[in-house]
Write a protein that binds this ligand. Sequence first.
Ligand code: SIN
Ligand code: MN
Length: 256
Amino acid sequence: MKLSADQIKSFKELGYVFIENVFDADEVRKMNDELPKMYSLDREEVQKEKDGKAIRTVFAAHTLSNVYSDLSRHPRIVKPAMQLLGGEVYIHQFKINAKEAFDGDLWQWHQDYGTWKNDDEMPEGLALNVGLFLDDVTQFNGPLNFIPRSHREGYIEAKHDVTTTSYPLWTINNETISKLVDKGGIIAPEGKAGSMIIFDSTLVHGSPSNMSPWNRTIVYISLNRTSNYIRKFSRPDYIAHRDFTPITCVEDSCFK
Ligand code: SIN
Ligand code: MN
């Protein structure tokens, strides 16, 4: 899959590009079928919400399932990332955020690069996220909120929040968010399962909790330029990977 000039322009100018129908219903079903098995694992990669019951995140899912291993090397994920970042990439992080019906908690306003710089000493924001929807995402089930163009600010000062949710995150204060929203507004892309949002590691985002009866599962593949590998190994390997080998792709038809 090759991004068009307009899609590249969207990523550069707005900080994201949203693409629908990237994976079809059968392919998405194969990915969803893997979830119950992983959610039931008693492993540190499988992290719960504050209630200790609902699944929040499965880290390193590509090491726990062959389907997700293939997804982490899929050309529809990797090639656009190489195009946008201008060269070889490796997997910095791979996670599934469940955002379960009724119980899925919020994600505070942040830049992913805030955490990757402060915790992992990633030298530059030469990284991006590919977010693949495994459920239909609507205004009701806790969609991602983005502040368009906020990536143009570069790294924004952040504070380590270890209390709001079950997961520690470097978050941005309300005053800064208000100023950024005055300039750029907020968007919340909605779309069918199989849609994909690619966003810059410095784009400010967050998401509200999910009080709807519908799950909002999204897989995030965080890809980093190989030259921009992390310098500090303070977090577990399953959260911030240390294998900086450039990804070699699988066949596009691997889920058929
Ligand atoms: C994240 O920003 O890392 C996750 C946000 C979400 O899944 O809603
Ligand atoms: Mn994030």
